[in-house]
Design a protein around this ligand. Sequence first.
Ligand SMILES: Nc1nc2c(c(=O)[nH]1)N[C@H]1C(S)=C(S)[C@@H](COP(=O)(O)O)O[C@H]1N2
Ligand SMILES: [Mo]
Length: 506
Amino acid sequence: MMLTKITRYGEAVGLAAVLGGLATGEISTHLATNLHNPIISIGNRVVDFVPNFMKELVIRFFGVNDKTFLLTCITIAIALLAMVIGRLFAQQKARQGQYVILAMTGIAVLASLFDAKAGPFAVMPSLITGGVTALILNSFSRRKTKAESFGGEYTRREALTFAGLIGAVAVASVGFGRLLQQQANTQLERLKVILPKALRPLPPPPTDPALGVPGLSTLFTPNSDFYRIDTALSLPDISLDTWTLTIDGMVSTPLKFTYKELTNRPFFELDDTIACVSNEIGGNLVGNARWLGIRLDDLVKEAGPLSRADQIMGHSVDGFTAGFPLAALDGRDAMIAFGMNGEVLPTDHGFPARIIVPGLYGYVSATKWLSRIELTRFDEKRGYWIPRGWSVLAPIKTSTRIDTPRNGARIVQGKAVIGGVAWAPTRGITKVEVKIDNGEWQNAKLGPELANTTWRQWWLKWNATSGEHRISARATDGSGDLQGEKSVAVLPNGAEGYHSIFITAE
Ligand SMILES: Nc1nc2c(c(=O)[nH]1)N[C@H]1C(S)=C(S)[C@@H](COP(=O)(O)O)O[C@H]1N2
Ligand SMILES: [Mo]
């Protein structure tokens, strides 16, 4: 009876001790830049080393919530181990408990060593986390033994456990508070920025057809709904006072700019649809925005690329890299973007600056939290995703998505509208066709074309007869090419195939 009670407390105390350790570790991450708590460090390694097929499965099931899923898994694993440790201590097996803490700390230390820009302090948060956990548990187990020698009063033990829990929660909330405060600082910096207007602003967008077609994607994707894909488990914390952008590598004149210097250059606007190579047919890893920034080709020209350079590689402050051909600067409006849809670039979309190259998938071009542009060679350097099995060259493939009705929907028979978006940056979309059941391909109505870099909305009215229907859609791009019909997987250079849905009219 008494033993089970101790054991139960043991698990609670184990959780509290690990929580206390993690919170202290988290606080220690604020002592220097680029430090991460063990959960983030371990998560970073999982992101780096997890095989492609698993990554695809996770993206398929959790979409843009893949990070939450990963961090939750790691947290649950740590919580389970914390309970095991607590139980070992409660059962007077403190030594075994310490070995488990040591092993966990070892894994975290190892993981943190590989964090981007990891200096000698990288291992500190993990060491502190492990150390504090061990300290809390050791002091608890000593006191417990003492309490038992007094006769093992429950109330005393309960009080001690309670105190331990409260203490840990207090420490944890301090850590959490710091975390929020830190993010608030980045947000404050962002909110203080007032970007210049474009020299020749684009005309205000036309009336959005989505107003008349319920369920159709809006012409521009609001920033809050814009898909987010990156390897960053914690958003980089960047201060504009110290942030700079370097252009170097195979150039005659390496350059370095501050935020102020860059945003004093002439601004232009670009309507461009960006897409992730991992977007499945019918998926939502694609969005359209009005970007605001400066010309990338001008900047590269100023640095003077050497004739042997053939690749432009963006480096992020967090170590991510993306490389695309220097030849892609062929006059298209490649941009260093500082603004998105009338706002300062949101933190999760790359504040303070990112690259946008119309027509290329994000993983080879769209470096967020940009800190360096390196002129290099494809046979010398490869971007983050290339050794992981993805293609070196990655132009965006022509695609169509049916937005409405939703796959599996039950609609009312009679008048209905089928609608969606089609994109083929930088070729543009000239035709979208829809096929209902075994009918002919019918031309859909096309929405306004902002530029050949943006998606086009499309819709088709039909009279839905009672029963089940299969609806497919396909697009033709500005070069007159029909999108690929055969189903092709996202790996290695983007999905192909017509989007088809099944619905029931009743
Ligand atoms: N620093 C950084 N930039 C990055 C990535 C990343 O992991 N880290 N992912 C790229 C990928 S794969 C895509 S599809 C786009 C997505 O941009 P978004 O999150 O603003 O939609 O960002 C690109 N830029
Ligand atoms: Mo991507």
